[in-house]
Design a protein around this ligand. Structure first.
Ligand code: 5GP
Ligand code: ZN
Length: 119
């Protein structure tokens, strides 16, 4: 069934607790945890508990949960006090764009200046 946990998915295992993570927020539908290889002073990943490979497929199948991911990203930014200085939400989609884990995740990055265009 769509959205079911995948046995070979790293982030599904973080949802179940089989792989440990530093969890900073949790909601009924999402988990937020610190990235293992931070690219900024604050670097948190917000994931849905359901498994969809990327943000767009999640939004098609479960629009409310896609909205939950964005809401939680904003709450992480507030918790981490990066909301006033500005922060970035990144949704890498496809290996050509740098996606390496194919379970939807929003990167919340902040605590330093951000350049545009992104790398
Ligand atoms: P992507 O490159 O797919 O957009 O992002 C995947 C992110 O997951 C990377 O920033 C990477 O550092 C992070 N990551 C990979 N494995 C783990 C892990 O086991 N634990 C945590 N907390 N983050 C991970
Ligand atoms: Zn998964």
């Amino acid at each position: 069934m769509a959205g079911e946990p995948q046995s070979d998915c790293l982030f599904c295992k973080i949802v179940t607790g089989d792989i440990p993570a530093t969890i900073v927020r949790e909601s009924e539908t999402t988990v937020a945890f610190r990235d293992i290889n931070p690219q900024a002073p604050t670097h948190v990943l917000v994931i849905p508990k359901v498994h969809y490979p990327d943000a767009a497929s999640l939004a098609v199948a479960e629009p409310q949960i896609a909205a939950d991911v964005l809401r939680e990203a904003g709450l992480v930014a507030a918790d981490e006090k990066i909301d006033e200085s500005g922060y970035r939400i990144v949704l890498n989609t496809g290996s050509g764009a740098g996606q390496t884990v194919f379970h939807t995740h929003a990167h919340v990055l902040g605590g330093r200046g951000m350049t545009w265009p992104p790398g």
